[in-house]
Write a protein that binds this ligand. Structure first.
Ligand code: MRU
Length: 367
């Protein structure tokens, strides 16, 4: 996406790879919207930490970061012994896999890379194939988001007010985004609409990242407190909800997404407002048979007990908000059942959540 800083516009991908230095390049998302900075991870452990600490976050972006991290780890191996190489790659895979457990994109991306690597007969060939697979994942991610935009733009009419939750924008992917893709495509078609961004406590990805992205793109928007959506829906101020997903179950149509999504889906149902989920194919989990089996990441309680912000002197600081001595529970995601979802916007078209399994061949399932 194009980013304009102090009047200069440049194009960035959220995640990229420097093959010469064997480094993964990332936008330091924790500093946004106050500072735009690129960072590079020197090895796969640092890449896993960047995923865990949310330097890079969002399903597609951490999928690409994990795929590049796998290639980075594989390429750091010295020697020709294939058996030792495979043990090393397995350790790299496990390190990256546990960094963020709810999103399935990292696992899907790395599994595909490992299948691709099998075509190589030597360590060197497999190392090259790992990087090629990561590049392919990143390029597909961009293509999928573009296709989501094409299908989803039809849902947006001029004058609409659209609600989104968390950040499923280009920062959450390699480029373009999932939930934002229909917005960017509708804007390109000349449609004028307004977006409400849920603030999305505790980490405030809506207030910081989505608002910044939409501002960069010149889309009319306002941040609302997480508990304000019901009030707006009741007054007819929201026409459409579009969110992203970290894991969508292909067998049941259940959607894991940032905590608070389920609440918005219940509210949308109550008010008869269409509720859509936008996903690339790498977000589909074809194996799990129940949303209760999705591993829900629990993050540090400090995220709930306080907040990060910028002081008047431009310093980034954490302040404690909550009662001293109180503790907090901090689940990062929740699961929305299929019956609350109007449709899933995929790169292959808009599908009813219950129809995902029947359409699995079109949606990238192997059999
Ligand atoms: O914890 P995060 O910021 O990595 O959460 C991911 C999200 O931003 C959302 O849940 C998003 O809607 C899905 S990622 C495309």
């Amino acid at each position: 996406m194009n980013v304009t800083i102090r009047g200069r516009t440049s194009h960035f991908r959220t995640v990229a790879f420097d093959a010469e230095q064997n480094r993964v390049q990332l936008i330091e998302q924790r500093l946004l919207p106050h500072e735009f900075k690129m960072v590079a991870t020197p090895d796969f452990r640092a890449t896993a930490r960047a995923i865990q600490d949310m330097i890079v976050r969002g399903a597609g972006a951490i999928g690409a970061a994990a795929a590049y991290g796998l290639a980075q780890g594989a390429r750091a191996f010295r020697g020709r012994d294939l058996e030792r190489f495979h043990r090393h790659v397995e350790a790299v895979y496990q390190t990256l896999k546990v960094a963020r457990p709810t999103a399935v994109d990292p696992v899907n991306a790395m599994n595909q890379a490992r299948i691709t690597m099998k075509a190589g007969e030597t360590v060197e060939e497999q190392q090259a194939l790992a990087l090629a697979a990561a590049e392919e994942f990143a390029n597909h991610d961009v293509q999928h988001c573009e296709d989501i935009g094409r299908h989803g733009a039809k849902l947006i009419r001029s004058g609409m007010k659209v609600l989104t939750h968390c950040n499923a924008g280009w920062l959450a992917f390699v480029d373009i985004g999932s939930a934002t893709a229909p917005m960017y495509a509708a804007q390109a078609q000349g449609k004028k609409f307004h977006v409400y961004c849920d603030e999305t406590r505790p980490r405030s990805q809506g207030a910081t990242l989505t608002a910044w992205e939409l501002g960069q793109q010149g889309i009319s928007h306002q941040i609302i407190a997480d508990n304000a959506a019901g009030h707006l829906m009741q007054r007819g101020e929201i026409d459409l909800v579009i969110v992203g997903s970290d894991r969508t179950l292909g067998r049941t149509g259940e959607v894991a997404n940032k905590i608070g999504t389920y609440t918005k889906a219940v509210l949308a149902k109550r008010h008869g407002i269409p509720f859509y989920v936008a996903i690339p194919l790498s977000t589909i989990d074809w194996n799990l048979r129940s949303g209760f089996k999705i591993p829900i990441e629990e993050r540090h309680e400090d995220e709930v007990l306080g907040a990060w912000g910028i002081t008047s002197r431009g310093r980034r600081e954490y302040v404690r908000v909550a009662n001293p001595g109180s503790s907090a529970f901090n689940a990062g995601f929740d699961v929305t059942p299929a019956e609350l979802i109007t449709g899933i916007i995929t790169p292959a078209g808009i599908v009813k959540p219950k129809d995902l399994w029947a359409k699995r061949r079109q949606l990238g399932h192997a059999s």
